[in-house]
Write a protein that binds this ligand. Structure first.
Ligand code: AGP
Length: 605
């Protein structure tokens, strides 16, 4: 996901913009750039790779100016090259952009036919070419920017900077978040409030379709119909600590270690004063719900897959699951008594947001489980349930995942009680089990050194297979995703019972097979599947508890987890899934916090 920043400052802005871009690094990027206006002249510096390259560039080739825009690019159209890096500039206008211009080819053809010379492969360049043409026709910067916005289709957060305009930035939001920061005689803009932390905590969030004119002395906001609009300025407590690894080698390591405290905090946030009940927003009601529709992407989708077992087991509520990018294209049948639940750490994932917007007109209760309470998904839900995990910087989701599970489990138990499926005694017993999760997660984290040793051989593998049954099947999927996304080893997961329907052909002495099997009601069946693998020399690593390891007998490799109640096993077994990936990646020397090709939040479809 790209990141954009803009500053109308009292001092040279390049260093401040660079700092703001560093706060956006967590989103993932492969090039960056800054443009400023100095003595009426637009100029820019861009660099491929990490921000250090741009910083070096600025040292050798300074970029003066007190008005500027900056960008971290996650390549969509065109390779990560300097020519494709933002800001894009044509004549008297420069632009930075997060999103995708879906009609860029038609615009490019139209502009080329009128003599425009393109210097990049990007969709974004059509924006500056179009604005430049409107300026050449005599429009003012505001008129030219507004005319340009009318021609664009797709998703964007944009900022425009103009030759000769040292107290003007124009920005726009359609499908990608954008916020304005209010300073003392300064004005800022950023893709999120984190970018502006350290400069201001007074933030105005633009609404969908808004565009705005910024000057040091003020802000004018217009809605999608060009009507002047007022948007509130709130104080956003953006912990600047999230930039700090707190002594850990990686943000991912810090965030894994934070899990016990975060799970405890999530439990407290949703517990009544005496701990006997789950407190939910007023009006969120399961009594008349006939079906749950759960939609998410990636790790958040696996959280939904685990939750399906909980809602059906503890609440007797049928659950339909969908990967967000598939959901609305299958023309789902939606009813007024359905409840839709969208799970998203960032709250900005384009596919998940699009799915939410698809159901809104048809479903009464649209619930989101999010980590960013100011996000689009949170703001467009009927009920937003924060997971209180704090900013998650590592691209691979860890603490957000277990916090999502904790909140979803609370939701499922409350649904069970409200629908009369859980007696008060069972409800209280299950809540006690959830309250014990942080302690067991801490015990799982204590196995780190053993996991580090176990992954030494794994780091040489070409392929890895994860197996699990029941709630451990989505945990196997999550383990495979974690390993893939940070170690770049191909990994996949199968329901253990599915192995003999084909995938068992893959088994040989070179294939590590990680079996996730707490001693639960499906343990024996899973161990049978594991023995089918061992009979074919598969390199098994069994993750189980003391009872399970004792019953499983001799295995090539074993990792012991604490013995835990069935309800919280997925939360606890997330730890080995995360740590196996983390230490394998360390052995392989990959970029753990910002893996190649990945972005922290995918705000393009
Ligand atoms: C998780 O490790 C991945 N980085 C990715 O699958 C992520 O879970 C997915 O993109 C969804 O993001 P969201 O939770 O912010 O919507």
């Amino acid at each position: 996901m790209c990141g954009i920043v803009g500053i109308l400052g009292k001092h040279e802005v390049s260093p401040q913009i660079l700092d703001a871009l560093k706060r956006l690094e967590y989103r993932g990027y492969d090039s960056a750039g800054i443009a400023t206006v100095h003595r009426g002249q637009l100029d820019r510096r861009r660099a491929v790779g990490k921000l250090i390259n741009l910083s070096d560039r600025l040292v050798h080739d300074p970029l003066p100016g007190k008005a500027g825009i900056g960008h971290t690019r996650w390549a969509t159209h065109g390779a990560p090259t300097e020519a494709n890096a933002h800001p894009h500039q044509t004549g008297p206008v420069a632009v930075v952009h997060n999103g995708i211009i879906e009609n860029f080819r038609a615009l490019r053809d139209e502009l080329t036919a009128q003599g425009a010379q393109f210097s990049s492969e990007t969709d974004t360049e059509t924006i500056v070419q179009l604005t430049s043409r409107y300026l050449a026709q005599g429009m003012t910067p505001v008129q030219a920017a507004r005319a340009t916005l009318k021609r664009l289709e797709g998703a964007f957060a944009l900022a425009f900077l103009f030759d000769g305009e040292e107290d003007l930035i124009i920005c726009a939001r359609r499908g990608s978040p954008l916020c304005i920061g209010h300073g003392e005689g300064e004005m800022y803009l950023g893709s999120d409030a984190i970018a502006l932390a350290g400069m201001t905590d007074r933030i105005t969030y633009l609404e969908e379709g808004d565009w705005a004119i910024l000057s040091r002395g003020g802000l004018q906001i217009f809605d999608a119909e060009d009507q002047q609009a007022t948007r509130p300025a709130a104080r956003i407590a953006v912990e600047s600590v999230q930039i700090d690894k707190s002594g850990h080698k990686h943000f991912m390591a810090k965030e894994m270690a934070q899990q016990p405290a975060i799970l405890k905090a999530a439990m407290e946030q949703y517990s009544s004063a005496d701990g006997s009940d789950v407190t939910l927003p007023e009006g969120l009601d399961f009594a008349n719900v006939d079906r749950l529709i759960m939609v998410a992407c990636g790790t958040a989708y696996y959280a939904c897959q685990v939750a399906k077992y909980w809602f059906e087991r503890y609440a007797g509520l049928p659950v339909e699951l969908d990967i967000a990018s598939e959901f609305r294209y299958r023309e789902p049948v939606l009813g007024p008594r359905n409840m839709a639940v969208f799970v998203s750490q960032s709250g900005e994932t384009a596919d998940t947001l699009a799915a939410l917007r698809h159901v809104r007109p048809h479903i009464g209760q649209v619930v989101s489980v999010v980590n960013v309470v100011t996000s689009s998904i949170a703001r467009e839900s009927s009920f937003a349930l924060p997971i209180h995990a704090g900013p998650e910087i590592g691209v691979a989701s860890t603490k957000a995942f277990t916090a999502q599970l904790q909140v979803l489990a609370l939701l499922a138990l409350r649904a069970g009680r409200d629908r009369g499926r859980l007696s008060e005694a069972d409800y209280a017993a299950r809540l006690d089990e959830l309250r014990s999760a942080p302690g067991f997660v801490a015990q799982a984290l204590d196995r780190e050194e053993e996991i580090r040793r176990l992954t030494e051989s794994l780091s040489q593998a070409r392929d890895v297979l994860f197996l699990g049954r029941g709630v451990m099947f989505p945990m196997a999927l999550e383990g495979a995703l974690k390993l893939k996304e940070i170690s770049y080893i191909h990994a996949e997961a199968y329901a253990a019972g599915e192995l003999k329907h084909g995938p068992i052909a893959l088994i040989d002495q070179d294939l590590p097979v990680i079996v996730m099997a707490p001693h639960d009601p499906l343990f024996e069946k899973t161990i049978s599947n594991m023995q089918e693998v061992m009979a074919r020399q598969g390199r098994v690593l069994l993750i189980s508890d003391a009872k399970g390891l004792a019953e499983a007998g001799e295995v090539p490799q074993a990792l012991q987890m604490p013995s835990v109640p069935d309800l919280i096993a997925p939360i606890v077994y997330a730890v080995p899934a995360q740590m196996i990936a983390y230490h394998t990646a360390l052995h392989r020397g990959t970029d753990v916090d910002q893996p190649r090709n990945l972005a922290k939040s995918v705000t393009v479809e």
